[in-house]
Design a protein around this ligand. Structure first.
Ligand SMILES: Cc1cc2nc3c(=O)[nH]c(=O)nc-3n(C[C@H](O)[C@H](O)[C@H](O)COP(=O)(O)OP(=O)(O)OC[C@H]3O[C@@H](n4cnc5c(N)ncnc54)[C@H](O)[C@@H]3O)c2cc1C
Length: 411
């Protein structure tokens, strides 16, 4: 049996970022345990939007850190990590959406984020397929980007490994051992690993690792999805992300075509106890009802993208995204078990916030000076809940359905 300083459960973008930030903090004996291959669950399916200013100000410093990490990783690894700094154009049509955009513009100004109002003509020249008009408002966030989420996760993992972290794919964690109110070890397919600290970053499966003596984690896995439009003349590969809250939806360039996300009025929720490994995501992707979502939103989408009705759809991608009732993550130290930390409930912006989540969790684990306020992400802020009850799931799917309208701008 080996004793580690820190065991991280879950080799997605969040676990990998925590591992990377622990090495930056000088922690050496760290192991990252992943039951499949690294970054093959939600982190390989995300649209990868990295949007800094949202209606959730608590997330902003976390996303800011990701933007900084991407530069550091590119320099450290000396390679393209698939991070594209194309900016994002937010289009506001209805009056409420214009008020939201106005508020975001003020936040950008107060926090030093580069923002510009664009005329309809300027917006149309940046996004050639966009139909513009004189009554809508167009706000451009220059520093926003999109990541290839798999490559970003692997970049964190590679950098962590270079810093001494032991990466263990194909290693399942069966449970976290608690002794006298303290996490002391994990049991795995490769044996027991004793550890000073344990971090649960197991994504949609995080609740399966919660001990019966602890509170369940307050999130529900929901379906998140997008469609891919094949390479199309006049769709430049480096044109901005668009955020279209009146649809609600978003686009970003993808290999000379488009990646198009549209949010459902009522997302599909899943009972975490019945989620099979990652096979659930494959089953979701085989469902046919996503076409209904696209058809339902087509009038709103084609008002902005007149070519949308003729888009060929080359591919449909779906996966599990984990939502809390208020659209904020679950981050920090367990209030009831010493030495146990959680990074879960990533509300469709775990890629965007991965850098800050890694840095903030590393600070909590090492007990160093705290530079991120994790108060809004406290694990116990919803009180006693049953994550599998219909009532609780409805609160989470509601948060998902309303995220684009000011409360959150990522996928
Ligand atoms: C279609 C789609 C679009 C999205 N778009 C965006 C976007 O534009 N921007 C954005 O920021 N986010 C987006 N997201 C959300 C984003 O994918 C997640 O927030 C992020 O990937 C979460 O990372 P993670 O590491 O927590 O989870 P995961 O990548 O799911 O990693 C968790 C890992 O834990 C492992 N694991 C679980 N249990 C165990 C165990 N017992 N033992 C060992 N390993 C275990 C799993 O195998 C898995 O690999 C999107 C998600 C989807 C599905």
């Amino acid at each position: 049996m080996k004793t580690m300083d820190v065991v991280i459960i879950g080799g997605g973008v969040i676990g990998a970022s925590i591992a990377y930030h622990l090495t930056r903090a000088g922690v050496r004996d760290v192991v990252l345990l992943e039951r499949n291959e690294l970054a093959t669950a939600a982190s390989s399916r995300a649209a990868g939007l990295v949007l800094e200013v949202t209606g959730k100000p608590a997330k902003q410093p976390l996303v800011h850190q990701t933007l900084a990490d991407a530069y550091d990783l590119e320099e450290m690894l000396g390679e393209d990590i698939g991070f594209r700094r194309v900016g994002s154009l937010r289009v506001a049509q209805a009056s409420d959406r214009i008020v939201e955009l106005d508020r975001m513009a003020k936040v950008a100004e107060q926090t030093g984020v580069r923002f510009a109002w664009l005329t309809p003509q300027a917006a149309g020249s940046r996004v050639p397929w966009l139909a513009t008009d004189e009554t809508s408002r167009y706000g451009y966030f220059q520093d926003d980007a999109f990541a290839d989420p798999y490559r970003l996760a692997m970049a964190y993992a590679k950098a962590a490994q270079a810093g001494g972290v032991s990466l263990k794919p194909r290693t399942s964690v069966f449970g976290i051992e608690i002794e006298q109110g303290r996490a002391v070890a994990v049991t795995t397919s490769e044996g027991r690993i004793a550890s000073g600290s344990v971090v649960n970053a197991a994504g949609a499966w995080a609740n399966a690792l919660v001990s019966p003596v602890d509170q369940p984690l307050a999130f529900t896995p929901v379906r998140s999805h997008y469609w891919l439009v094949p390479p199309t003349a006049g769709y430049p590969p480096d044109h901005p992300i668009t955020v279209l809250p009146d649809v609600p939806g978003y686009t970003r360039p993808e290999l000379g075509g488009l990646l198009v996300g549209v949010q459902e009025n009522q997302s599909l929720a899943f009972d975490a106890r019945t989620l099979a490994g990652d096979e659930t995501a494959h089953t979701i992707a085989e469902r046919e009802d996503h076409w209904d979502v696209l058809v339902e939103k087509m009038p709103a989408l084609s008002a902005l993208a007149p070519e949308a009705e003729n888009w060929e759809i080359a591919h449909y991608v779906a996966g599990l995204s984990c939502y809390t009732p208020d659209g904020l993550f679950l981050l920090g130290a367990s209030p009831s078990i010493e030495g146990l930390f959680v990074a879960a409930g990533c509300c469709g912006s775990g890629v965007a916030a991965s850098g800050g989540i890694g840095a903030a969790l590393s600070e909590r684990v090492t007990g160093s000076t705290l530079s991120y306020d994790l108060g809004p992400f406290a694990l116990d802020r919803f009180g006693s809940i049953d994550p599998n009850s219909t009532e609780f799931q409805a609160r989470c799917t509601d948060a998902r359905a309303h995220k684009a309208t000011g409360s959150n701008r990522s996928a």
